[in-house]
Design a protein around this ligand. Structure first.
Ligand code: CTP
Length: 415
């Protein structure tokens, strides 16, 4: 297997020579790309001697016109001929450039053109590593699925003690070996625009109180993360939840059922798949008071009006879109899921039992609203009933999209 080894300009660049050797010992063919700054720390000749191959340094480094053309597309060739791109040391500057897609030298252009597995081994001064800018960049890069070999702690060249030291070459080479055996995630949702709703809605009673439910939003957020990872453009319309925004998705925060309906309808035209994982309130109080209601001795009844059923409205105007609804049930789950599938004209309904949440303690081991795990049954327009065994919500999300894509093919074929 071929590895492109990108060497950044830091004191630790000398360790990249040991890394090249460690990679070759593990059976990789290594092709080195150095930044200009890296050349200040270590000579290309060292890598050429170790790898027995030409070392690439500049984006435009040719004498003749023909050579210029060849070198101008060198980054494309390096990107295509290598299955892994390993960057060590990955300096703060390189990480920032990768994050923002800046491409002003051979290594950064190679990164942008590269579609294989990326392994990053950062190394820098402790304060630079701990800086929110670097940490935010790392979050983005991890979100792209890159493997990060964490820097070690110790005495740094600058005299500071702390995290920032390049991981040991053997450790990086082992991580590269492990990454080379891991299958790349599928990108089968490439080209899809997916609208996902998640979380509860809150329906105001007065200026400070509201009606809501125990939905945590975890299932909808897991669906958004899975869809992004598989290549989709994702808009996540979310009721109030306590979850970080999924990287790579467009988050549209809403509060009430009416706001959620508006947000969904505004974005429907661009969607190819709609997943309604939100636990939308069925009733609300029209025109609630903005003031806090005062307590009186009398009994109090609230006059509730039904909210619009967003899923049913989507079913009526879905066209060719794939429409996936949810049915959170305490009883008769499969029958109820099938009834909702038909009544709301869905292609699939994900049924899950939520009885466990009646007891808060039980819900910690249970499935449903607040749990990290779920156990569902998928009922489909094609008449199937597919049980999905208990698994993490992310794994369940994966299965929902697997079955949805398969169902779309089956529905098209049967037309
Ligand atoms: N839903 C919706 N708009 C509503 C209520 C529900 O879009 N006002 C959607 C939910 O997002 C979910 C599906 O409808 O995808 C089923 O929600 P659920 O609360 O289980 O069902 P209801 O239609 O409210 O039926 P019931 O109260 O009879 O269980």
């Amino acid at each position: 297997m071929n590895v492109a080894l990108g060497v950044g300009g830091g004191i630790a660049a000398y360790k990249a020579a040991e890394l090249a050797r460690a990679l070759m010992e593990r059976g990789f063919t290594v092709e080195v790309v150095m930044t200009r700054a890296a050349e200040e720390f270590i000579r290309p000749l060292t890598f050429a001697a170790l790898t027995g191959r030409k070392v690439h340094t500049h984006l435009f480094s040719a004498a003749s016109a023909e050579d210029t053309l060849a070198s101008a597309i060198e980054h494309i060739r390096v990107a295509q001929e290598n299955q892994l791109l390993v960057v060590a040391p990955a300096t703060a500057d390189l990480l920032a450039k990768f994050t923002h897609g800046l491409a002003d030298d051979l290594l950064t252009t190679t990164y942008l053109a590269f579609t294989g597995t990326v392994v990053l081994a950062p190394a820098m001064n402790t304060n630079m590593w701990n800086h929110p800018a670097s940490q935010t960049n790392m979050q983005v890069l991890r979100g792209r699925g890159h493997v990060v070999v964490e820097p070690g702690e110790g005495l740094l060249a600058c005299g500071m003690i702390g995290p920032g030291r390049l991981a040991e070459p053997d450790q990086i080479a082992d991580a590269v070996l492990a990454a080379s055996k891991t299958k790349k995630p599928r990108r089968d949702l490439d080209g899809e625009t997916i609208l996902i709703t998640a979380g509860p809605t809150q329906e105001p009673i007065d200026g400070v109180r509201y009606l809501s439910n125990r939905s945590s939003g975890k299932m909808g957020y897991a669906l958004a993360e899975e869809a992004v990872a598989r290549g989709a453009r994702v808009t996540l319309i979310s009721g109030p939840v306590n979850l970080p925004a999924p990287l790579g998705a467009t988050l549209v925060p809403v509060r009430t059922a009416l706001e959620m309906r508006q947000a969904v309808m505004d974005r429907l035209s661009e969607a190819t798949i709609v997943v309604k994982a939100a636990a939308v309130a069925d009733y609300h109080i029209p025109n609630p008071s903005k003031q806090k209601m005062k307590k009186t001795a009398a009994r109090l009844s609230l006059d509730l009006e039904p909210t619009p059923d967003i899923l049913a409205e989507l079913g009526a105007k879905k066209g060719d879109r794939l429409l996936i609804g949810f049915a959170a049930e305490t009883d008769n789950m499969v029958e109820e899921a099938r009834r909702k599938l038909q009544q709301k004209n869905c292609d699939m309904v994900v049924g899950n039992v939520v009885s466990h949440v009646v007891s808060h303690v039980a819900s910690q081991q249970g499935t449903g609203f607040e749990s990290d795990e779920n156990e569902v049954v998928l009922v489909t327009r094609a008449g199937e009933t597919i049980p999905v065994a208990r698994a993490s919500k992310r794994a369940i999300a994966g299965r929902i999209f697997d079955e949805a894509m398969r169902l779309r093919l089956a529905l098209h074929a049967s037309r």
